[in-house]
Design a protein around this ligand. Structure first.
Ligand SMILES: [Zn+2]
Length: 266
């Protein structure tokens, strides 16, 4: 057994046995990491208040060769968002980002970038109002697509090269954008407002934090959600059936007719 040290974000905790916890973390170096914290639920545990989802921790652990589950030796908190001041939507959306990260075992080559995005988005959620939490969630998903190798070309029509359109069509299967004229022949494509494509472009090119703080209308957020959801369905089947996304659909956070639609500010 080798002793290892890494910085990681706690994605999920589950009870294990009488007093232990099973932790799923996202580590800067090794992507998804699973650790058993022995005795973590006993009243005298030295991990009290440390092993909470969304916390960034430095962990020292015993790595068992050829095993997926290792043993925690020490943990120190580096950053801990104050869940008491976070709105319920922010918590649900932050947990949805964490659940997505649990599915990224296969992408360990980009673990540093995923870790940085996750770290920034959690700090945004910790301070965000309801609407900016929703924007932050979508920016995170777009940044994740980009990190996993999908940067859809959204600057111009893939057929005629036009940089403006009354509305756009997007072919998710072939990852191609069409202006309203070129796309109208293809009856199966989804259409999007210019504002939606402009926002997506900014999400792709801007810093996560500043993009997340952009003011975006509810109608546009709903369209971006539809775009992102369809993109993941087509190209990242490992992200299907996320529990948190089912919860999000039930909460109708990205419904264009929601109560926030008429307000102009956060
Ligand atoms: Zn065109």
């Amino acid at each position: 057994m080798a002793l290892k040290k890494t910085v990681a974000i706690i994605l999920r905790t589950m009870k294990m046995g009488e007093t232990s916890l099973l932790l799923t973390l996202y580590s800067r170096e090794v992507a998804v990491l699973k650790l058993v914290a022995k005795g973590a639920r006993s009243s005298k545990s030295r991990y009290s208040g440390i092993l909470q989802p969304l916390n960034t921790v430095e962990v020292v652990y015993y790595e068992k060769a050829n095993r997926d589950l290792h043993t925690l030796s020490q943990a120190t908190v580096l950053d801990s968002p104050d869940m008491k001041t976070m709105g319920p939507d922010s918590i649900v959306l932050a947990m949805a980002c964490c659940e997505m990260a649990t599915r990224l075992e296969a992408y360990s080559a980009v673990s540093t970038t995923v870790f940085d995005h996750l770290s920034v988005v959690i700090s945004v959620f910790a301070r965000a109002g309801e609407r900016s939490a929703r924007t932050a969630f979508l920016v995170f998903q777009v940044k994740l697509l980009q990190t996993l190798g999908y940067s859809p070309e959204l600057e111009r029509c893939s057929r005629c090269g036009s940089e403006s359109a009354q509305h756009w069509f997007f072919d998710f299967h072939h990852v191609r954008l069409f202006c309203h004229q070129c796309g109208s022949e293809h009856y199966r494509m989804d259409s999007f407002q210019p504002e939606t494509i402009r926002s997506l472009l900014y999400f792709l090119s801007g810093e996560l934090r500043s993009a997340a703080e952009m003011s975006v209308k509810s109608l546009t957020l709903a369209e971006i959600y539809r775009f992102v959801d369809r993109f993941y369905n087509y190209h990242l089947p490992e992200m299907q059936n996320l529990k948190s996304l089912k919860v999000l659909r039930q909460m109708k956070l990205f419904n264009p007719d929601d109560s926030l639609a008429s307000s102009t500010n956060n």
